[in-house]
Design a protein around this ligand. Structure first.
Ligand SMILES: Nc1ncnc2c1ncn2[C@@H]1O[C@H](COP(=O)(O)OP(=O)(O)OP(=O)(O)O)[C@@H](O)[C@H]1O
Length: 323
């Protein structure tokens, strides 16, 4: 679905020093390569200025690469923008593809004729989005009067009316409240799993990734730092897990093999036992713990996705320092 090879994009930026105007070159994307297969859902994450939006703009034909090769759905995005537009849907959280002064429904009708969607297909698709995204009561409201959450649901509907194979989303949940985020994620998950629409999304909200994307690509300084299933990345960079036990009565932590660190709380009522996922299973540990102490409650805690990504950035900083 997407094939990217050694993609680079530079920008010339003015740096004025006194009255003199100098230019320097910023490399926003610096040799990025990846493939996305049909039906995948991929999260593209990285800190501010990492090169995410620049990549997305090249994938959607808005920016021309300085060098490298891109194929999206069999076409070269910058050279064949019209062909591309028929095959993909694009949603930028910060920009709109709707007509601000028109009722939402009129924007959809206009997009239907622009994309030449046959009316029966259009009705089915629109009905489905309106139903699942709860848009019915806003259809006649001018877009400028919609809340951000309502508008985003409209944007996503607009991007799906021509049934694209790929949906590219740049920060789709930015600024939304928790309920709207959740509703949008549920909808996107559904079109990915049920309809098989490929998803590529950038986000700063790692819950989007956790809920939607089995695969994560991490980019920083224009380069891919990591690419793979979230669980595999978690195992690679955060080898520790934690077993949290709450005892029936306060007491010392059990002394069991496999535990590498202990942190106690609540006057000895709760203990956090750190263990290496590669060396001990949670089941083994729990069996040994309950032989020694009376446990009221327990939970296995995995490192948060934020920790995983932070470690990946730190690892890169470490590598730079060693060069
Ligand atoms: N049109 C432009 N002209 C000059 N520099 C640019 C332009 N667009 C992006 N850049 C620079 O390229 C780098 C990457 O920017 P980009 O917007 O791709 O990052 P991002 O990962 O999307 O960041 P954010 O999370 O803040 O949106 C930054 O240093 C940015 O300043």
């Amino acid at each position: 679905m997407i094939e990217v090879r050694e993609l680079r994009r530079e920008f010339k930026v003015a740096t004025s020093k006194g009255l003199r105007r100098n230019y320097k070159t910023v490399t926003a994307v610096d040799g990025v390569s990846f493939d996305v297969a049909a039906g995948e859902a991929v999260g593209y994450v990285g800190p501010n200025g990492a090169g995410k939006s620049t990549t997305i703009k090249m994938l959607t034909g808005i920016l021309v690469p300085s060098s490298g090769r891109i194929q999206v759905s069999g076409v070269d995005p910058a050279r064949q923008r019209r062909d591309l537009a028929k095959r993909i849907g694009v949603v930028f959280g910060q920009r709109s593809q709707l007509w601000w002064d028109l009722p939402l429904k009129d924007s959809f009708d206009l997009l239907r004729s622009i994309y030449r969607v046959p009316p029966p297909d259009y009705r089915v698709r629109l009905d489905e989005c309106v139903e699942l995204l709860g848009l019915r009561e806003f259809l006649l409201t001018p877009v400028r009067q919609l809340s951000l959450g309502q508008r985003m649901r409209g944007e996503i509907t607009a991007a799906l009316l021509h049934a694209p194979e790929l949906l590219v989303l740049d920060e789709p949940t930015i600024g939304l409240d928790l309920e709207s985020k959740e509703r949008l994620r549920e909808f996107l998950k559904d079109i990915n799993t049920r309809r098989g629409t490929t998803l590529l999304l950038t986000t700063h909200d790692l819950d989007d990734i956790e809920r939607l994307c089995p695969r994560l690509m991490v980019i920083d300084h224009g380069r891919v730092l990591a690419d793979g299933p979230l669980d595999a990345l978690r195992e690679e960079v955060t080898p520790d897990r934690e077993l949290v036990i709450e005892l029936k009565e306060p007491g010392p932590a059990p002394d069991v093999p496999g535990v590498t660190a202990v942190r106690s709380e609540a006057n000895g009522l709760r203990h956090h036992l750190t263990f290496r996922r590669a060396e001990t299973t949670a089941a083994q540990l729990i069996t040994r713990v309950v032989q020694q102490v009376e446990v009221h409650d327990l939970a296995v805690v995995e490192p948060e996705i934020d920790d995983v990504i932070r470690k990946l950035y730190q690892r890169q900083v470490g590598e730079h320092a060693h060069r």
